[in-house]
Each structure stands twice: as C-alpha cells, then as structure tokens.
Design a protein around this ligand. Structure first.
Ligand SMILES: *[C@@H]1O[C@H](CO)[C@@H](O)[C@H](O)[C@H]1NC(C)=O
Ligand SMILES: *[C@@H]1O[C@H](CO)[C@@H](O)[C@H](O)[C@H]1NC(C)=O
Ligand SMILES: *[C@@H]1O[C@H](CO)[C@@H](O)[C@H](O)[C@H]1NC(C)=O
Ligand SMILES: *[C@@H]1O[C@H](CO)[C@@H](O)[C@H](O)[C@H]1NC(C)=O
Ligand SMILES: *[C@@H]1O[C@H](CO)[C@@H](O)[C@H](O)[C@H]1NC(C)=O
Ligand SMILES: *[C@@H]1O[C@H](CO)[C@@H](O)[C@H](O)[C@H]1NC(C)=O
Ligand SMILES: *[C@@H]1O[C@H](CO)[C@@H](O)[C@H](O)[C@H]1NC(C)=O
Ligand SMILES: *[C@@H]1O[C@H](CO)[C@@H](O)[C@H](O)[C@H]1NC(C)=O
Ligand SMILES: *[C@@H]1O[C@H](CO)[C@@H](O)[C@H](O)[C@H]1NC(C)=O
Length: 393
C-alpha cells in the first residue's frame, strides 16, 4: 500500500513539477482575426438604425451587419476618416471602437476570431498533450488590425509588454514564447525593435513566426483596388485603414526589378507604391505612406531566438495587371507564382536577412512546409510537431 502511495505521490509531484516548468506561450494573431466592438451614436450616424444606439455591439465579425439593410451603416462605422490637421485616421463622429482585451486570467481564445485559423486546434494541442493551462501559461493578444501607424502600434506594444511581464511573473519567471501568425509577425517585429536588449534577454525565450508577412504583402494590392470580400469590406473602407499603407511590399526585399502591378502605361515596383496609392485615388493613404512605410523598412533583426515557418509550393498571387491606367473598373487580373496561397515566397527573404544581421548567439531557423496554406499553418500537425521540438527538446 505504502509503495502505491509513494508511486502516486511521485507521479503527482512529477505532474506538478512539469507543469511549473512549462514556458508560457503568447499568441499574436493575423489581420482580421481579432474581434472589434463598436458603440454608435445614431444621431450622428443616421445611416445606422436607432436600435443600435449607444450600446456596445460586435463590429467584426458580425454577420448581421452584412445584411443589405445594415450595409451602408456598416461601411460608415467600419471606416476611418482622415483628419488633415493631425495627419491621421480617426473614427467617424459618433463612432467608438475597441478590441476585447484579453485579461490576465482570460481564455486564450477571448477576443479572437479563432475558428477562422483553427486556433482551437492549436490550443487543444498544448492543453491536452503538454498540460498547458488556458489563461495561465497560454495567452493571446488581439489588436485593431485596421491600424498601422507607429502611434497606434504603440498601443499594441504596451498591451503586449504588460501581458508578457505579468505572464512571466505568474509562471515563476519563465521567459515567454511568442508565436505569431501572418500580420502578427509584423506586429511582433515592431514590438521587439522597440524593446531594450536586456529586457528581451530576460522576458523572451523565442519568437516563432508562422506565415509572417514581415516584408509586406502583394495581395494587399488586390484589397486596395477591389475591397476585401467586396461588397462586405468595400474598397472605400479599405482605403481608409492606415494598415494598407503600412503593409505594402517593402522595397528592401521586393526591389526595383520585380513588377507588382502592370497597367497599359506603367509598371509599378515596390518603389512606386506611393504613386500607386495616388493613381488608385487613395490620396489619404498616400499622405501617410512615407511615414508609415518607414516603420519596418529596415527590417531590423529581432535579436531573440527566431524561427520563421512558411507554407510553400501553392499557387499564389505575385502581381496584378490592370487594363486601365486609372484602375477605373476596379478589376485586376492576377499573375500567379508560388507561396502559401496568400503570401508569395518573396516575403520569406526578410527572415533570411537576419541570418547575416542577427547576433549569432540567438538561434535562427527558416523553414518551408510543403503545400500547407497560409491559414492552415497554425493548426497543422507537422508544424505543431516542429514547435514541440523547439519548446520541449
Ligand atoms: C449623440 O449625439 C448627439 C448630437 O451631438 C448628442 O446630443 C447626444 O447626447 C449623443 N448621445 C449620446 C448617448 O452621447
Ligand atoms: C483633428 O485633429 C485635431 C488635432 O489633433 C483635433 O483638434 C480635431 O478635433 C480633430 N478633428 C476631428 C473632426 O476629430
Ligand atoms: C486571476 O486569478 C488569480 C488566481 O488564479 C486571482 O488571484 C487573481 O485575482 C485573478 N486576477 C484577475 C484580474 O482576475
Ligand atoms: C513615429 O515616427 C515618426 C517618424 O518616424 C517619429 O517622428 C515619431 O516620433 C514616432 N512616434 C512614436 C510615438 O514613436
Ligand atoms: C521573479 O523576478 C522578480 C524580479 O524580476 C523577483 O522579484 C522575484 O522574486 C522573482 N520570482 C521568482 C519566483 O524567482
Ligand atoms: C513593363 O514591363 C514589361 C516587361 O515585363 C515591358 O515589356 C514593358 O515595356 C514595360 N512597360 C512599361 C510601360 O514600361
Ligand atoms: C523563400 O523565397 C525564395 C524567393 O522567393 C524562394 O526561392 C524560397 O524557396 C523560399 N524559401 C522558403 C523556405 O520558403
Ligand atoms: C544561415 O547561414 C548559414 C551560413 O551561411 C547557413 O549554413 C544556414 O543554412 C543559414 N540558415 C538559414 C536558416 O537559412
Ligand atoms: C516544393 O516543391 C518542390 C518540387 O516538387 C520540392 O522539390 C521542394 O522540396 C518543395 N519544398 C518544400 C519546402 O517541401
């Protein structure tokens, strides 16, 4: 009996110890994967029904707002207005928006549009296989994906820093794994570029970037011209989000040879994105382009252990052709090449830079996953296995 009891105690002890030893994980989602809420003053926004007046409701993703009777209201509240005296984009009058902040004890999936990228599978993997505890050593951090100025990114940086520090302390001072998806990678890189090296050495164990769009995305061109799932997020709405001036293809990676948009009288490369914004009539974005496109333009080395994972070998947009010089018909023909179905291969070259520029004391691995798509990468078994190797070996 005593032997069994001892055995039981030992097992329990091992479980407690191994649980205490887990390195916390903080997940940073991609674009369109955070939930947004809105409060409308319908006196100031008369296109919105009075039934929505002065209460917090879901803005993204709220299927009800896609109904024809709500659509013009929806377009009016999802957009920003440009304020020329502050040279910035702001909510229209009578519109307040917020993210659903993930509190320190909050569930990993809170505030995220998790169904979309199989994030529940990701969570399930760590909770069942490795005995992680949701809300204790697994967290996520949502953000307003419409934004892309250093002023707005600053808000995100504070949220993430606070979460990292409190998670670290709650987990016996174990440094944190940051795992990002897509635009989350750009958010993390900016965050890391703004932190002191001593802080990073203390709090960050590693950064694992899944499908990171670190050098911008070619397919943002398509959103700017045609909208996103148009008419749900129309081009007028898209062209009021500073994000789309921030995450156009970076000249340092895409260079001056690669033609990204072709019209009868012009070839646009990554160096011509300012003219492109002008020519599609996104004048307000063009006013902030030089400022926001410089935020990550030097692709600063993260100087933490860094793993870049990508899907490869899937047909992917690598450029566009417009029949009209002024993009009047809002239609583009897609030129296809290789990538993960959404992001072309070239954006991975940003990680490759760090093989040379990053301090050699940090690990650096870049890896392609055959025929695993942009969103599938998060819940894919092979990728999760690879992450297990990094965290538990
Ligand atoms: C809505 O805006 C109107 C006009 O500015 C104002 O009189 C009213 O107090 C606002 N409603 C709320 C709930 O703030
Ligand atoms: C525009 O920005 C200026 C300067 O920050 C501010 O005073 C003004 O209230 C803003 N205008 C609107 C309509 O929000
Ligand atoms: C989080 O949970 C801990 C106990 O698990 C509790 O002491 C603490 O007050 C909670 N914090 C918040 C902000 O809910
Ligand atoms: C944002 O960037 C501009 C130009 O690079 C700089 O002048 C400004 O201080 C930055 N603001 C913040 C909050 O970092
Ligand atoms: C964690 O670090 C803080 C200071 O950084 C220290 O005060 C605290 O005692 C440490 N806790 C543990 C469990 O090591
Ligand atoms: C655009 O590039 C193509 C090569 O892909 C070239 O044949 C064409 O002349 C260029 N057009 C303009 C207007 O420079
Ligand atoms: C990275 O991009 C380059 C250039 O587009 C491509 O040749 C290479 O296969 C990509 N590597 C990975 C690991 O995806
Ligand atoms: C980084 O560079 C070294 C030496 O040039 C090379 O052996 C290694 O494969 C590179 N790593 C990656 C991830 O590209
Ligand atoms: C992509 O496909 C090519 C040709 O089928 C293959 O040689 C290559 O290994 C694949 N890339 C990866 C990362 O599996």
């Amino acid at each position: 009996m005593a032997r069994y009891f001892l055995f039981f105690v030992t097992i329990t002890f091992i479980l407690i110890v191994s649980n205490d030893c887990l390195s916390p994980i903080i997940f940073i989602p991609g674009s369109f994967c955070s939930l947004l809420e809105v409060r409308i003053n319908t006196t100031l926004q008369p296109s919105c029904p009075q039934s929505l007046d002065n209460k917090w409701i879901l803005l993204w993703l709220n299927l009800r707002l896609f109904e024809p009777s709500y659509l013009s209201c929806y377009h009016n509240i999802f957009r920003f207005n440009y304020n020329s005296s502050s040279n910035s984009f702001e909510n229209p009058l009578g519109v307040e928006t917020r993210i659903i902040v993930n509190s320190i004890n909050g569930s990993f999936l809170d505030g995220l549009l998790w169904e979309y990228i199989q994030l529940d599978k990701f969570l399930f993997h760590f909770v069942t296989k490795h005995k992680y505890i949701d809300g204790q050593n697994m967290h996520s951090v949502p953000y307003d994906f419409r934004r892309g100025t250093n002023k707005t990114l600053f808000v995100f940086n504070n949220d993430l820093k606070e979460l990292i520090e409190s998670t670290y302390i709650r987990n016996m001072n174990k440094s944190v794994y940051l795992i990002s998806h897509s635009t989350g990678g750009s958010m993390v890189l900016y965050f890391l570029s703004q932190q002191l090296q001593t802080w990073k050495n203390q709090y960050i164990n590693s950064w694992i970037s899944l499908s990171g769009n670190i050098a911008g995305e070619v397919d943002n061109i398509e959103n700017l011209v045609q909208g996103f799932l148009s008419p749900i997020v129309s081009r007028e709405v898209i062209q009021s989000w500073d994000f789309f001036a921030w995450r156009l293809p970076e000249p340092m990676i895409y260079g001056s040879e690669r033609i990204i948009v072709k019209t009868p009288s012009r070839n646009y490369t990554s160096y011509d994105m300012l003219d492109f914004l002008h020519d599609i009539n996104a004048k307000e974005l063009s006013l902030i382009y030089s400022q926001v496109s410089s935020i990550l333009a030097s692709l600063p080395e993260p100087n933490v252990n860094t793993y870049c994972f990508y899907g490869v070998n899937i047909s992917t947009p690598i450029g566009y052709i417009s029949k009209s010089d002024r993009f009047e018909d809002n239609k583009l023909e897609t030129i296809r090449g290789w990538g993960d179905g959404e992001q072309d291969d070239t954006t991975n070259m940003s990680c490759q830079l760090w093989n040379k520029t990053m301090d050699k004391k940090y690990k650096f691995i870049s890896k392609g996953f055959h025929r695993i798509s942009h969103t599938e990468l998060v819940g894919n078994d092979k990728v999760l296995e690879e992450i297990d190797q990094i965290i538990f070996s």
